[in-house]
Design a protein around this ligand. Structure first.
Ligand code: DX5
Ligand code: ZN
Length: 220
């Protein structure tokens, strides 16, 4: 079980007409990180923010950035992601032919490295990389859109990943992204998650800071 559950609100569900106001609300909340979804319309069937917008987001955010790249060849943008002041750069397993090299490049750039798995990608494929990464991000929806329904099989993946991390003496955190709310969040905490990403649950809540507080309180 985790002692220090982290909450990473996903900016994809924010009010884009008032990004500044929503980021300031996150700043004033108990959120630990700010989750940023970058999409390219190729790896996933959607496009989100580009770097000119993210530069502005990064200036406003007082929370460390947890950047999730849903793009092909993410290694091409390591410098741009670093320039945002990013703490954690997450790349998809499915998007990296030479994953070990990309992980090293991210670390050499001075960031923490996260590897992300799509719902159909088995945890066992991380056996030979899990000791080298700072975080594993398990997708609990198919990436590309906010507001989708949580895929329950993710709970088994969290438990399996917990075992793999222990077996390989890895220090990797486990983050889950997609369809996280108070109900699925509680089940994920039980399964052993370290970081919850929440988009709709946070940004569509009438009291955003209150919802972040409630998610944070799911901690054991
Ligand atoms: C989906 C993104 C998620 C998304 C989560 O592709 O990676 O971060 O914003 O949104 P919710 O929490 O609404 O499922
Ligand atoms: Zn994400």
């Amino acid at each position: 079980m985790t002692n220090d559950l982290k909450i990473s609100p996903s900016l994809l569900s924010a009010d884009f007409g008032n990004l500044k106001g929503d980021i300031e609300k996150v700043n004033r909340s108990e959120a630990d990180w700010l989750h940023i979804d970058i999409m390219d319309g190729v790896f996933v069937p959607n496009i989100s923010f580009g770097f000119p917008v993210l530069k502005y987001v990064a200036e406003l955010s007082e929370k460390p950035l947890d950047v999730h790249l849903m793009i092909v060849q993410p290694e091409k943008f390591i410098r741009e992601v670093k320039e945002l002041g990013t703490l954690m750069m997450n790349v998809h397993y499915e998007a990296c032919t030479h994953l070990h090299r990309v992980v090293q490049q991210i670390k050499d750039a001075g960031m923490q490295a996260g590897v992300t798995l799509n719902p159909a990608t088995p945890v066992s494929l991380l056996t030979d990389i899990v000791a080298d990464v700072d975080m594993v991000l398990l997708m609990s929806v198919n990436p590309g859109f906010g507001g989708q329904k949580f895929i329950p099989n993710t709970l088994d993946k969290v438990r399996e990943l917990r075992e793999l991390i222990a077996r390989k003496n890895s220090k990797a955190l486990i983050e889950v992204d997609g369809g996280v709310n108070l109900e699925t969040g509680a089940a994920l905490v039980e399964a052993g998650v370290d970081v919850l990403v929440a988009g709709n649950a946070v940004f569509k809540a009438p009291d955003m800071a209150g919802m972040i507080h409630q998610l944070k309180s799911l901690n054991k």
